[in-house]
Design a protein around this ligand. Structure first.
Ligand code: HEM
Length: 128
């Protein structure tokens, strides 16, 4: 093969890295005054798994998320939740804190951070 495909985030940090990242995020969800009430307390482990599998798929790993959940359609899936600017900012803040403590290389942090910032803004669905 003349060219190799570019390395993906998944190639570098693997399932282990994305698992740690999502774990670090969810650790702070239940106690958060904005996000805590939005997530199902009895099903938090399953919610954590959905985000983890989505990111594994999205950043170049196995596509189990698609097999299990179908097309991501994130705007539709977030429609049941009121996502205003403050909720968006808090989500991003918790994810950023987890990114900061994950120990990834700077270019990996930058790629993930840009994706999270953009996607979180895209999911705002309320002025309130
Ligand atoms: C903007 C602030 C956000 C809020 C308040 C929010 C809130 C939620 C809530 C309450 C759920 C339901 C938990 C569950 O049972 O799965 C959920 C699911 C999910 N969220 Fe978010 N979210 C936000 C941003 C994001 C972002 C930026 C991403 C992607 C990077 C994302 C990806 C997902 C995924 C993949 C699911 C599971 C969808 C499914 O398969 O059902 N969310 N979110």
């Amino acid at each position: 093969m003349a060219e190799s495909s570019p390395e993906t985030v998944f190639d570098v940090i693997g399932e282990d890295g994305l698992t740690r990242l999502v774990r670090g995020f969810y650790e702070h969800v239940p106690g958060d005054e904005i996000l805590g009430p939005m997530y199902p307390p009895s099903d938090l482990a399953a919610a954590e798994r959905r985000l983890r599998e989505f990111l594994i798929y999205r950043f170049g790993g196995p596509d189990r998320y698609i097999v299990e959940r179908g097309p991501p359609r994130l705007r539709v899936r977030h429609a049941p939740f009121v996502i205003h600017q403050a909720a968006r900012d808090r989500w991003f803040q918790l994810m950023n804190a987890s990114l900061d403590s994950a120990g990834f290389a700077p270019e990996i942090v930058a790629a993930l951070r840009a994706f999270f910032a953009e996607t979180a803004t895209f999911l705002i669905n309320s002025d309130g």
